[in-house]
Design a protein around this ligand. Structure first.
Ligand code: GLP
Length: 241
């Protein structure tokens, strides 16, 4: 794993954003794997500004998101559909038909997982996957204990994950208890991966990822099985490294 250390969140967003736009310009029909949460917001702002200033186009780009809450409609402001729309898609020239997220409001959730996994295969897989990391080492919503062989699946969210994400909701009671997430094996099929982390709250997770061994108890450690991973993280997140 290659590590790029930055001073702070702004520089992390700038460096990762720059790398990302270079990839998009050299491969205009790239398939990007997208993440939600606070961490990638700065990169999305970078992409929007670059699109406005430098006219980088997304007309042929496909985007495929990691995960979505179960039981929340796409129109709900807490859905990842809504997050992606507001924070990125509506500011770019990407075609809506080329943006994919799992449907957490599907009536048959098992079938939805299968559909999503097949969809990823059918569009030729993810060229570049953006990842954040949970404090417990989750990637996507793959909580500790998730099999490294997992494909897109339903996950029960840990209480700590629900607590961490409750900041986006009115109360923790509103945070869904389940989500659909790409599996670890799905993520590892991406050709290239950028993992982003910022802030002291991620320092323990990054120390564990970089220094410890590979274990299903710490999902992000699966990334050590991948040949092309770049960690872009700020000094606070890398404070034990
Ligand atoms: C969420 C998302 C993950 C994200 C992680 C960290 O639960 N499902 O994809 O990487 O938690 O979020 P944040 O960037 O807000 O710290």
């Amino acid at each position: 794993m290659k590590i790029i250390r930055t001073e702070n969140y702004e520089e992390m967003s700038l460096k990762a954003g720059l790398l990302l736009t270079e990839k998009i310009r050299s491969n205009p029909s790239i398939t990007l794997g997208m993440a939600t949460g606070s961490t990638p917001k700065g990169i999305y702002q970078y992409l929007i500004k670059d699109h406005q200033d430098n006219r980088t186009t997304y007309k042929q780009v496909k985007s495929i998101n990691l995960d979505e809450y179960i039981g929340i409609a796409p129109s709900n402001p807490n859905s990842y559909h809504y997050f992606m729309q507001k924070n990125l898609f509506e500011h770019l020239d990407i075609h809506e038909a080329n943006t994919y997220l799992p449907n957490g409001a599907a009536s048959n959730l098992e079938a939805e997982c299968e559909r999503y996994e097949k969809l990823i295969e059918d569009i030729g897989g993810v060229d570049l996957q953006i990842l954040g990391i949970g404090q417990n080492g989750h990637i996507g919503f793959n909580e500790p204990g998730t099999s490294f062989d997992s494909r897109t699946h339903i996950i029960n969210l840990e209480e700590d994950t629900r607590k961490a994400n409750s900041r986006f909701f009115n109360s923790i009671d509103e945070v869904p208890k389940q989500a659909i997430t790409m599996g670890i094996a799905t993520i590892l099929k991406s050709k290239e991966i950028f993992l982003l982390a910022s802030g002291e709250a991620k320092a323990d997770a990054l120390a564990r990822l970089i220094k410890d061994g590979i274990s299903e108890d710490f999902p992000a450690s699966a990334l050590k099985l991948h040949q092309n991973v770049t960690i872009v993280a700020d000094a606070d997140a890398l404070k034990y490294i």
